[in-house]
Ligand binder design. Sequence first.
Ligand code: PEP
Length: 251
Amino acid sequence: MRQYIIAGNWKMNMGISDAETLAKELVEKAGTSEGPEMVLCPTYLALAKVAEVIKGSNLKLGAQDAHWEDDGAYTGKVSVSMLKEAGVEYVILGHSEQRSFFGETDETVNKKVKKVLAAGLKAIVCVGETLEQRESGVTESVVKTQVEGAYAGISAEDAKNTVIAYEPVWAIGTGKTASNEQAQEVHAFIRGLMKGLYSEEVAESVRIQYGGSMKPGNAGDLLGQTDIDGGLIGGAALKADDFIGIINAGK
Ligand code: PEP
């Protein structure tokens, strides 16, 4: 039985003080909540503050990206060891915004996944097709390339420390959600890919989150699908009650 994982990607929202306020509200309202694993992914700058606020609660800390080198002349970047020191347990990698705005490729995702896993942290690997790709019928081949690229050279043991987030790009921040059937179809396809790459055991243990305009109103139905094991939440993670509504839908 896979435990649901609900992660809030706060993106470039919530500076230190707003992040502190939101994290405090979440601790008060859901800090002892049992059920889905809960992860908050604030901006780098707010990681230390959020770590302090959620200490001792059931909420966990995540980051939105990481660099693949240990240290050095990489202006603007943050290393995995720095994230670990800040208390991070999960790192989102390959988000579509990183891919479309900042030149992320399957190769850089793969290097980052390797670094995150080598440090003993867990990777949330994002994949998903654009609207154009869906309409031209290449969703499965796009997702296959992304999954195979991200997992190249990753052992089965390490793969178990990853989560995959299927995020159709056309559903991110648009208010358009994939239907339950559309989402389940791709999730099942991804699980099949993991079985082919590794084994039934790995495929059954890796959690596959859905991301793309998930909200309290649609979370229950999406999470009710056989191969949907949680959500990666953008907009709805910025309001405590909405995020908690999604967590409750997973109980
Ligand atoms: C995301 O960017 O990961 C995401 C799912 O955003 P939203 O929930 O706002 O669509």
